[in-house]
Design a binder for this molecule. Structure first.
Ligand code: ATP
Ligand code: MG
Length: 453
C-alpha cells in the first residue's frame, strides 16, 4: 500500500499534518495535490484529509474557519499554500438521485475516504513519513497515461454524472487516455448528462475552456454523445453544410476556429458560441445558396442564455456576448480613420483586439479560401493597435470634461440630459467635428442646452 516515493512538502503543510497527529489524529495530503506531485507538477491547491472532526480542527488551528456549504471541511489560511482545506475522512451512502449521496458519514479510515473518490489518480494520499498511499493503482495508471475510475466505471459515473465531464477535463489537462471500461460507460450514460444541474455543467465547461486544446474535449463530447446534454445548440450544427464560401460544416468550422484562435478564455469561448445561430436559421434563399443572415444576433442571444445557465461571471459573459454579436464586421475597402474610431468606440477599446482575434479565427475557419483575407485583416489590426496606442478618444472616459463640468458651466440640474450631451460630445469628437479640449467642448455643448437653462 505504501511506496517509497518521497516529496518535499511545503513546511506549512507538514506543520498542519504534524499538528493533527500530535493531537492523536491521522492526517494525509490527498487528491489533486498528490496527483500533481507524482507528475512532477507543483500543486495549485493543497487538500488534507484527517480522522479529526471539524470541531476538533477548529479548536486546533487559531485562524481556521468552516463554510457551511462544505460539509465537514475546515479551511486554514497559510502564507505559502493559499487556503488549505482539511476534510474529515468520510464514507458515502448510495446515490439514488444520481447527483448527491443519500448520506455522507464521517469515518475513521483513510481507505473509505479514498474509495469514494472519482479516478485512481485522484485517490492518492501522501504522508510525509510513510510516503504514498496508493490503494487503487493510481500511480501506475498515471505512469501509463490512463484515466481509470475507482471501482466499476459505470456504477461510479451513474452515482454522479458530473464525473463524465470531469473525465474529459482530466483527460485534457493530464494528457491521459480513457480506460476502455470508462469510455464505454461514458457512451452508455451520455444522455444522463442532460439531467445535471446546469451550473455544475458550467463549472466544468469553464475549466475545460481554459485549456488551449479545449476543442479536443468538445470533439470527444460530440463523439460520445455527451455534447447533446452539454451544448445541444452545437450538437444541432453537426453536419450542417454551409455555402460556397465555407469549406466546413458549421460544427467543423467551430472546432477549427477554436483550434486556431488566440489562447484566451474569452476568445475561445466566443469561438465555441459564435455561429450557434446558424443551427437555428439555416435559411435557403431564392438563388439556392444557403445564407445565414442575422445569425450573429441569434448567436449572441444563444450565447447570453448559455453563459447565464452556466453561471459564467457576468463581466466576462457580457464581453463574450459582445464578441459574438460583433463578429461579422466586414469592410470591402480600407475604412476611414473616422469609421475605425467609431468601430472601436462601439465595441469598446478594451475589447476590440479580442474581437480582431475572433475575426481572424473565423477567417481561418473558412478553410483555404480564407487565406487571402488574412492580409487585409493584418493591416486593419495594425491600424487599430496604432490608434489605441495613440490614446485617441473612444469612450466617455476619454473626454476632456465630465458631467460635473457641464452641470457647473451651464447651471444644469443632474439628470438624463447630462448623459445625452456627453454622448453627443463623444460623437462629435469621434467625427472630428470638435477637438477634445475642455473649452472647445463646452462651446460645442452650448447647442444641446435648452434655452433658458
Ligand atoms: P484540480 O487540480 O483541477 O483542482 P482536483 O483533483 O484537485 O483537480 P477537485 O475538483 O479540486 O479536483 O477535487 C478534489 C478531489 O476531490 C479530487 O481529486 C477527487 O479526489 C475528489 N472529487 C472531487 N469531485 C469529485 C466527484 N464528483 N466525485 C468523486 N470525487 C471527487
Ligand atoms: Mg483541486
Amino acid at each position: 500500500m505504501y511506496t517509497r516515493l518521497k516529496f518535499d512538502l511545503p513546511a506549512e503543510i507538514t506543520a498542519i499534518i504534524t499538528r493533527l497527529e500530535d493531537s492523536g489524529h491521522q492526517a494525509y495530503l490527498v487528491g489533486g495535490a498528490v496527483r500533481d506531485l507524482c507528475r512532477g507538477v507543483t500543486p495549485h491547491d493543497w487538500d488534507i484529509c484527517t480522522s479529526a472532526r471539524p470541531e476538533e480542527m477548529l479548536a486546533l488551528f487559531a485562524d481556521a474557519f468552516s463554510i457551511g456549504a462544505k460539509f465537514g471541511t475546515v479551511t486554514v489560511p497559510t502564507q505559502t499554500c493559499g487556503q488549505v482545506e482539511i476534510t474529515t475522512f468520510r464514507r458515502e451512502g448510495p446515490y439514488s438521485d444520481g447527483r448527491h449521496p443519500d448520506y455522507v458519514e464521517f469515518s475513521t479510515e483513510l481507505s473509505s475516504d479514498l474509495a469514494r473518490r472519482d479516478f485512481t489518480c485522484n485517490a492518492l494520499a501522501y504522508h510525509p513519513l510513510s510516503g504514498l498511499v496508493d490503494l487503487f493503482g493510481g500511480l501506475a495508471d498515471l505512469e501509463q497515461g490512463i484515466l481509470r475510475s475507482v471501482g466499476e466505471a459505470k456504477a461510479r459515473l451513474a452515482e454522479d454524472k458530473l464525473r463524465i465531464l470531469r473525465a474529459f477535463r482530466f483527460q485534457l489537462f493530464l494528457g491521459l487516455r480513457l480506460e476502455a471500461e470508462l469510455k464505454k460507460a461514458i457512451c452508455q450514460l451520455a444522455p444522463l448528462v442532460a439531467n445535471l444541474p446546469v451550473e455544475r455543467i458550467g463549472g466544468e465547461m469553464r475549466q475545460i475552456l481554459a485549456h488551449p486544446e479545449a476543442y479536443k474535449a468538445i470533439r470527444r463530447m460530440r463523439v460520445t454523445g455527451v455534447l447533446d446534454g452539454v451544448l445541444p445548440e452545437l450538437a444541432a450544427c453537426y453536419g450542417l453544410v454551409q455555402n460556397q464560401y465555407h469549406a466546413y460544416t458549421v460544427y467543423s468550422h467551430t472546432i477549427v476556429t477554436m483550434k486556431h484562435c488566440l489562447d484566451d478564455l474569452e476568445v475561445r469561448t466566443a469561438m465555441l458560441l459564435h455561429d450557434l445561430g446558424k443551427g437555428v436559421i439555416a435559411n435557403q434563399s431564392a438563388d439556392g445558396i444557403r445564407r445565414f443572415w442575422g445569425h450573429h444576433e441569434v448567436s449572441a442571444q444563444l450565447a447570453e442564455a448559455i453563459l447565464r445557465r452556466w453561471a459564467w461571471p457576468s463581466r466576462s459573459r457580457k464581453r463574450i456576448v459582445t464578441l459574438v454579436r460583433e463578429h461579422m464586421f466586414y469592410w470591402p475597402d480600407a475604412p476611414s480613420e473616422k469609421a475605425l474610431r467609431r468601430f472601436i468606440a462601439k465595441v469598446g477599446p478594451d475589447l476590440v483586439l479580442s474581437l480582431m482575434e475572433v475575426r481572424k479565427a473565423d477567417i481561418i475557419g473558412l478553410g483555404p479560401q480564407g487565406k487571402r483575407r488574412l492580409w487585409p485583416w493584418n493591416i486593419l489590426r495594425n491600424r487599430i493597435s496604432a490608434m489605441l496606442e495613440a490614446e485617441e478618444v473612444f469612450s466617455l472616459r476619454d473626454l476632456a470634461l465630465d458631467g460635473n463640468d457641464l452641470i457647473e458651466h451651464f447651471q444644469l440640474a443632474p439628470g438624463p440630459l447630462i448623459g445625452q450631451i456627453l454622448d453627443q460630445l463623444l460623437d462629435a469628437v469621434i467625427s472630428e467635428e470638435v477637438t477634445n479640449e475642455r473649452r472647445a467642448l463646452l462651446e460645442y455643448a452650448r447647442r444641446f442646452v435648452p434655452d433658458g437653462e
